[in-house]
Design a protein around this ligand. Structure first.
Ligand SMILES: Nc1ncnc2c1ncn2[C@@H]1O[C@H](COP(=O)(O)OP(=O)(O)OP(=O)(O)O)[C@@H](O)[C@H]1O
Length: 254
């Protein structure tokens, strides 16, 4: 299968600490791909490298023909990479619709002058943006919440809005950072269903860093396992759950 994202020898040091050590794997287009590992394994650092939050010390990351290991994080939406964050990154005083419109902002190309007077391209873009937002609201089943300030929603629904905002950029790749941590089992099941639908119905490739083994093993096509910054295993959920190096890495956790 064609890879959408390829990491080769990706290394990131913080001083003398090797947070990510020569990691390489490919994420097939259209797959759900999970990165797991014990605490401190380097998962978040790896995710931040894929999101271009900081550069690799060495090694390359290729996304759909773009070398993104030296890109700036604000370019990623333009390449087609959307992400959610471990800690909620939404505007709690703004409504659901307003939060989703923010996700679309980078796509609007009207000039400040035409936008200020709301004519010509600005008006057409605004209408298109609102139609796109309506599709996402419908897809995520949050019609009844559209005009509510996001801060008033339950944690699970706030995460759903954050997911919607990442979808609003129309990504080819969605990076989900510990999406279900802090969620109850019903909220976790909802997110698992949406992730599957995002792949099936929208054709978006998904990479997630996740601690919740239930969702990882249930919905991933492939799993990469990090330990002390190194890739110790890569394969299907069945291969990973019977891999002795993986079992030892988790059993050795404090
Ligand atoms: N900005 C930083 N400066 C220095 N060290 C860092 C920095 N970020 C991460 N580290 C270190 O890099 C290593 C990997 O951390 P990272 O947060 O990537 O692991 P993780 O697998 O995401 O852990 P967790 O599951 O606990 O979130 C750890 O030893 C951490 O202390």
């Amino acid at each position: 299968m064609t890879p959408l994202l390829t990491l080769e020898n990706v290394t990131r040091k913080f001083g003398d600490l090797m947070a990510v050590d020569s990691v390489g794997f490919s994420v097939p287009k259209g797959s759900i791909y999970s990165v797991i590992g014990p605490n401190g394994a380097g998962k978040t650092t790896l995710f931040n490298l894929i999101s271009a939050l900081f550069p690799t010390t060495s090694g390359t990351i290729d996304f759909d023909g773009h070398p993104i290991h030296r890109a700036k994080t604000h370019h990623l939406a333009g390449y087609g990479i959307g992400r959610t964050f471990q800690n909620l990154a939404i505007f709690s005083h703004a409504t659901v619709v307003e939060n989703l419109l923010v996700g679309l902002h980078h796509k609007l190309s009207a000039t400040p002058v035409s936008a200020a007077f709301f004519w010509g391209p600005a008006r057409r873009e605004e209408i298109k943006a609102r139609q796109q937002v309506e599709k996402i609201i419908d897809f995520l089943e949050i019609e009844h919440l559209r005009d509510i300030p996001v801060g008033l929603l339950s944690y699970g629904l706030q995460k759903r809005v954050e997911l919607g905002r990442a979808l609003a950029i129309g990504p080819k790749l969605l990076l989900l950072d510990e999406m279900v941590s802090g969620m109850n089992s019903e909220e976790t099941e909802d997110i698992a269903r949406f992730v599957l639908d995002i792949r099936e119905e929208l054709g978006i490739t998904i990479v997630m860093v996740e601690h919740d083994m239930g969702i990882v093993m249930d919905i991933s096509d492939r799993v990469a396992v990090l330990n002390h910054g190194s890739l110790i295993a890569e394969g299907t959920p069945a291969e990973i759950s019977s891999n002795t190096a993986v079992i030892h890495a988790y059993l050795g956790q404090d």
